[in-house]
Design a protein around this ligand. Sequence first.
Ligand SMILES: [Zn+2]
Length: 121
Amino acid sequence: MNRARRDIWNKSAGRCWYCGIALSDKGWHADHFNPIRRNWWENTSLKPENDTKDNLVPTCASCNIQKGSLSVEQFRQKVQGFINSLNQYHTQYSVAKRYGLIQEVEKPIRFWFEDNIGHTG
Ligand SMILES: [Zn+2]
């Protein structure tokens, strides 16, 4: 791991900034906490001012991919909606629920950094 990535990793001592899972040495992502809103077609960024070291946080691949260029509050809304999406579109999920294999819990989404860091960067 190079120095720049080590600095990002150290912000959470190797935990995903959002879900808190322990990251493995390889395969973790550096996420722009405040999105840069990348335009992949033109290879430009709509918020280049957010492309700073301080704005990069360590994440697991799935949180980074799910967050995409969403703000943290938009990401929270998206995660909150996962249960609805599972119920609507995933037959195995609703059948497993019917058989009592799944218990849904209504709770607010708390990100790892909110309980362990309290702020970004
Ligand atoms: Zn994660």
